[in-house]
Design a binder for this molecule. Structure first.
Ligand SMILES: Cc1ncc(COP(=O)(O)O)c(C=O)c1O
Length: 472
């Protein structure tokens, strides 16, 4: 059996080009080299992330100045750790929390761990691409008018596919009710550095739009190593000491120094080189104007969308997103971020050169010219139900923490309609649970899950059991 080291070497020897995370795209960057030689520990000269008063404190202060925040914290446990810490610091067990239905599972994990009562609001749905749209200020307003008194509200903007919400309007609505806003900007760390440009006009970091706390994964869209993320605390609506305490709870006490170095160098380099982003979005404009001429493939484009997330839809071709993904790999040695249903997502960052984007464009042109535009197949209809499950209210009637601990039985998915879920189920991507413990399972959810399984997609569940855990 091959070691992991050998398997990774084999993979790298295939020389595929990554249109996926991490954002550094494996390009040589001074702060990403010689990892093991720079894997240090908390000796006196090198300070300590958990109680910084030396070089790490200076680095954190420099970051807060760059981002214009009250405080910025570093995470070596991704946005996952930061989300747990941020929600911990702004809530007390038993509190109500307003949660967008398309939040990442780490948000729902926090809800469970901290014994919170979620009020779930649905995002809009973009029907012709089968993806989550924006959260509207009106949806937030309605949840508050219905009597919700949440300790915190959490939304995701941008989404995995790059759809942004109007964070400014949402923050206004929440602040009038005295509710702080946490924005999961895991997929938008680059927004903080974007210069004014036609195609970036709507893309402002939530830090600049009135959010109280903002989470960013540096590794997703910027040249930084996996696991590196930031928590921005934008004002004093939340207690800094509680946040600092929570950040030590949800990450290791032995952070790798090369990860801290990656965070510090990435931020400083991006701040000092805004031209890189102008170039990227100029390249993206050219990419999109050529892609407009595709006959069969459709590329998502709208003013509330980040063009560096290239969302390709195959519904007019006789194939699935996964088939396109495989074709790109075999024919052009391009690996994309994901394929789901009849979508495929490629991610571009400042580390992609013009010729890298041209390589993707040429491959897509070739595919577009040769694909056979007949009917959609079963995968398309499976995906169509996604709209339905997130359009119906997702009522959570038992707090997830209780539902996870309650007595449960396992039932075939077909027999779960009307029962209360006792586990999480999600399909990846995008890591958004389709079933949350404590939620009533609807016919739309069971239908969607069955179709996805029939189409060969793998589900992820809390329990290793082919049936679904529901309350007894
Ligand atoms: C919207 C969203 N938030 C948070 C996370 C977690 O980020 P990380 O991988 O940095 O822990 C993800 C991961 O994919 C995500 O998609």
């Amino acid at each position: 059996m091959k070691s992991l080291h050998e398997s990774i070497n084999d993979y790298l020897n295939q020389n595929t080009y990554p249109f996926h995370m991490p954002g550094h795209k494996r390009k040589p960057l001074p702060w990403l080299n010689q990892v093991n030689g720079r894997d240090l520990t908390e000796v006196a000269e090198l300070d300590n992330l958990s109680s910084s008063d030396g070089i790490i404190l200076s680095s954190l202060q420099r970051a807060a100045k760059i981002y214009n925040t009250a405080k910025t914290f570093y995470s070596v446990n991704g946005s996952t750790g930061v989300i747990l810490a941020a929600i911990y610091s702004a809530t007390t067990p038993g509190d109500t929390i307003l949660v967008a239905r398309n939040c990442h599972k780490s948000v729902f994990n926090a809800v469970e761990l901290l014994q919170l009562h979620p009020i779930v609001i649905n995002p809009e749905f973009i029907e012709d691409f089968n993806i989550f749209g924006s959260i509207t200020a009106e949806a937030v307003e309605k949840a508050l008018a219905d009597g919700a008194k949440p300790a915190l509200a959490v939304i995701t903007s941008p989404t995995y596919e790059g759809i942004v919400s109007d964070v400014g309007r949402i923050a206004n609505v929440l602040h009038k009710a005295g509710v702080p806003l946490l924005v999961d900007e895991a997929h938008g760390a680059h927004f903080s550095f974007l210069p004014k440009h036609d195609s970036t006009a709507g893309l402002k970091s939530a830090v600049m739009c009135g959010a109280d706390m903002v989470v960013q994964s540096l590794h997703k869209t910027l040249p930084s190593l996996n696991q590196t993320a930031l928590l921005h605390v934008c004002n004093n609506m939340v207690n800094f000491d509680k946040v600092a305490h929570a950040m030590t709870m949800f990450q290791t006490s032995s952070p790798a120094y090369f990860l801290l170095e990656s965070i510090d160098s990435c931020i400083n380099q991006m701040f000092n080189c805004p031209g890189n982003f102008s170039q990227l979005y100029r390249n993206m404009s050219e990419f999109y104007s050529t892609a407009k001429c595709f006959k069969n493939l459709r590329i998502y484009n709208s003013p509330t969308h980040d063009r560096s997330k290239i969302l390709i839809n195959t519904s007019k071709c006789n194939c699935t997103g996964a088939e396109l993904e495989l074709w790109l790999l075999k024919n052009s040695k391009i690996q994309i971020e994901y394929a789901l249903g009849q979508n495929a997502l490629a991610i571009a960052t400042v580390c992609d050169e013009k010729e890298d984007l041209e390589r993707l464009l040429c491959a897509l042109q070739e595919f577009d010219a040769q694909c056979n535009p007949t009917n959609c197949n079963a995968q398309g209809s499976a995906n169509a139900n996604l709209a339905e499950i997130f359009k119906t209210p997702s009522e959570v009637v038992t707090p997830p923490a209780l539902a996870m601990r309650a007595k449960h039985v396992f039932l075939p998915i077909t027999q779960c309609i009307g029962r209360i879920a006792a586990e999480y189920i999600w399909f990846y991507p995008p890591g958004v649970p389709i079933i949350i413990p404590g939620q009533i399972i609807t016919a739309e959810i069971t239908g969607f899950a069955q179709n996805m399984l029939a189409a060969g997609q793998k589900w992820h569940k809390t329990f290793v059991n082919e049936d679904v855990a529901v309350l007894k």
